[in-house]
Ligand binder design. Structure first.
Ligand code: IMP
Length: 427
């Protein structure tokens, strides 16, 4: 039996979707455990490109059950639209292959408004959120009194009463923060969400109980992380993070499956670094090399279309992500994007106020002043998208992967050199 976790070790967008898709052949269940429709996965399957946001990647494979675990924040409108976009293209999505936890929290219209209002008030310190109401929904989850879970939508009378109370409160606070905001109508939200709940009813179950039965039946289960470890609310570059445990730390809390059930922990790393939104980024390249990486790697957000910030591979930050997650192997993605550069840099340590360190700072102000200390690797200047085995790679590309693996102290098991499934070297 295999219980596998695929988790990003950087600031998200590590191309986890490709590795998840690659592994779904050998897994019957694919579980998401955190985040919401802030995530974006691009998967090429059967010659078609699918962009998924809230749905687990496994939904595309016949025979796979996709699970939206309790740790997610679910926008039911966005979920139904995404489901329809797949059924319109002939992909099966029904109560038999998509399960939604009744414990997951619900994103309501006021969460999206609050997300925008809070970001605006942060001014220069804006987090650069995706604007999907993710953080504000998690905030209500932690605060408890204003939280609605998926299961609550099926207890109509208490849902109506609770919603009326919450909306009255939100109208009060939103009005005082921004008088131009039109007050929300609790009855209209109630009607809309009851309709969403009816459509979602065949999917809603206690996914924790379901997953434990699946494990008992020795089903192979794959946990699909969204975002990346450095955006984890506890372990990431706080406060420039997302509001969930987007490292492997979220698996236990966000699915109800204990960490010790996991037999294989795969960390996914991009061969360089990207970041969307605000926050420190020691190896960022604000020059033509950064732009080259952005252009060749198509580094524009799947969800928001924002250009991603690009930089050299940061082994200090990524090794920290690997340690927090406890990965036993890594997948090195998008190596082909670096093929045309003359010389490559890998950050092996930071200089923080004159001191060399390989520890990742816990305070954002220390990370802001961290200067990368680079190890230089000669470029290989050769297209590698046709490589299918390690020996097909030029020596420089092999040296690059070996260096990443050495600095992370984790063996590389996959090297990705293009978007297609076949463009993957297994080690
Ligand atoms: P939020 O998750 O919308 O609250 O955004 C918080 C931070 O996480 C922002 O910097 C976002 O750009 C970043 N973020 C959220 N989801 C993703 C993702 O899927 N990939 C990369 N960055 C993300």
């Amino acid at each position: 039996m295999s219980v596998t976790s695929v988790v990003g070790l950087q600031w998200g967008d590590e191309a986890k979707g490709k590795i998840v898709d690659f592994l779904t052949d050998s897994h019957e269940v694919v579980v998401r455990y955190q985040g919401g429709n802030n995530a974006g996965h691009t998967v090429k399957f059967d010659g078609q490109t699918y962009k998924l946001s809230l749905l687990p990647t496994g939904i595309l494979r016949p025979g796979v059950t996709a699970v939206i675990g309790n740790g997610l924040v679910v926008n039911p409108d966005a979920l139904l639209k995404e489901m329809k976009s797949l059924t319109d293209r002939g992909v099966r999505v029904d109560g038999g292959n998509l399960l939604v936890s009744d414990r997951a929290h619900v994103i309501l219209p006021y969460h999206i408004i609050e997300d925008a209002v809070f970001e605006k008030r942060r001014g220069d310190n804006a987090i650069g959120t995706t604007g999907r109401g993710i953080g504000t929904c998690y905030r209500d989850k932690a605060g408890r009194s204003h939280a609605i879970r998926v299961g609550d939508l099926y207890h109509r009378e208490t849902f109506r009463a609770k919603l009326a109370e919450i909306v009255a409160f939100k109208n009060l606070t939103l009005k005082s923060l921004d008088p131009s905001i039109t007050p929300l109508d609790a009855d209209a939200i109630y009607e809309a969400y009851v309709a969403f709940a009816e459509k979602l009813a065949p999917h809603v179950v206690d996914t924790t109980a379901w997953l434990h039965k699946a494990l008992k039946q020795k089903k192979n289960v794959l946990f699909e992380g969204a975002q990346g470890s450095l955006l984890d609310v506890d372990h990431g570059t706080f406060p420039f993070v997302t509001s969930s445990n987007s490292s492997a730390a979220g698996i236990h809390s966000g699915s109800g499956v204990p960490q010790r059930a996991i037999t294989r922990m795969i960390g996914v790393v991009k061969a360089y670094t990207t970041r969307v939104g605000g926050g420190p980024f020691p190896t960022e390249l604000n020059d033509e090399i950064g732009q080259h990486i952005r252009d060749v790697g198509h580094e524009y957000g799947t969800v928001t279309g924002r250009p991603r910030r690009c930089g050299w591979f940061d082994a200090v930050a990524t090794a920290y992500g690997a340690r927090v997650c406890g990965v036993d192997q890594i997948a090195v993605m998008l190596l082909d994007v670096l093929a045309q550069l003359d010389e490559l840099n890998i950050c092996e340590a930071y200089d923080i106020r004159g001191e060399r360190t390989t520890d990742f700072p816990s305070h954002v102000e220390d990370l802001e002043v961290a200067k990368p200390i680079f190890r230089k690797i000669p470029g290989w200047k050769k297209d590698i998208t046709g490589a299918r085995k390690l020996s097909d790679l030029p020596a420089g590309a092999r040296q690059y992967v070996d260096t990443v693996s050495e600095l992370l102290e984790v063996p590389a098991k996959f090297i990705s050199i293009g978007p297609d499934r076949e463009q993957t070297i297994l080690l």
